[in-house]
Design a protein around this ligand. Structure first.
Ligand code: SAM
Length: 274
């Protein structure tokens, strides 16, 4: 591990904050040292001073900047995380939904990480179609700031241990069991992966240039941002959602202290009112 002095930590934290709005407090210093030391070693650099010079000169469009963001972001996720959200979606939104016209229902997993959230949504929607309404039309979107996690998400490949929350029946319907060198893995069937549009997206962008969305899952990401950043993200999500559109946050997140016209309608579930 390499040593990181206070000035270097503050500079790195500022560079990362300016780009992603991920706030790295003093408590995160060991994490930064451990994750970025791996990059320094891999690049054959001598210390954090050289690493900072590289980041300064390469800039946010460079591969190493992307690697740095990939290394710093916390990507933990699992299938059917906060399962009450999926129950709410079925009983309070999909069941009463009357689809008119040709527009599909659009749902965006906006900090998708390695994809477990969007595949849980896919299974939920497909099961709803199979059991309740074969005419349901939907489009799923999944984005993240980290290209690394998005690559995992769009590969649809998961270790057996990661699929424990998925029933045997769903595994059989939506996944293929790996063989040979993939023996301990499950892969989402291609026909389902194709139903999701994956794209890299920074929630800190000033323009949310995304297709019209009806529902946004932004779970376990707001927690990393400070209040002004949260406020900006919530304002932008409010603007892109239609009246009655839903916003799902993570279990330890809320809009307390944020000014918005979202109304709490379930456990960390908000509805846009106008
Ligand atoms: C803990 S994961 C959440 C995964 C999933 N939503 C869930 O609840 O299981 C947080 C994700 O937020 C992403 N993230 C952090 N800052 C971001 C930003 N500025 N724009 C987009 N995604 C960001 C990280 O890369 C990470 O994959």
């Amino acid at each position: 591990m390499y040593s990181l002095n206070q000035t270097q930590f503050s500079e790195l934290a500022k560079i990362i904050y300016d780009f992603s709005r991920i706030h790295l407090s003093e408590k995160k210093k060991p994490l930064v040292i451990s994750r970025l030391s791996k990059r320094i070693r891999k690049l054959g650099l001598a210390n954090f001073s050289e690493y900072l010079s590289l980041i300064r000169s390469a800039g946010p469009e460079s591969d190493e900047f992307t690697e740095m963001i990939n290394s710093i972001s916390t990507n933990y996720s699992h299938f059917f995380r906060e399962s009450y959200h999926f129950d709410f979606l079925v009983s309070h939104y999909l069941t009463p939904l009357k689809q008119e016209g040709s527009n599909p229902l659009c749902i965006w997993s906006a900090a998708a990480s390695t994809g477990q959230e969007v595949y849980s949504l896919l299974i939920c929607l497909e099961e709803f179609k199979r059991i309740k309404n074969p005419h349901l039309r939907y489009q799923l979107y999944a984005s993240d700031i980290s290209s690394k996690v998005l690559n995992t998400a769009s590969s649809g490949l998961y270790k057996i241990e990661e699929t424990q929350k998925i029933s045997k029946e769903y595994l059989k319907t939506y996944f293929l069991r790996g063989k040979g060198s993939y023996e301990n893995q499950f892969k989402v069937k291609n026909q389902y992966i194709k139903q999701i549009k994956f794209f890299k997206f920074n929630l800190n962008s000033t323009q949310y240039d995304v297709p019209p969305m009806d529902i946004v899952f932004l779970r376990n990401a707001l927690i990393y941002f400070d209040r002004p950043t949260k406020q900006q993200i919530i304002n932008r999500l409010y603007d892109i959602l239609p009246p009655e559109g839903l916003l799902f946050l993570g279990h330890s997140e809320s809009l307390a202290g944020i000014s918005s016209k979202f109304k709490l309608v379930g456990r960390t579930i908000y509805k846009k009112v106008v």
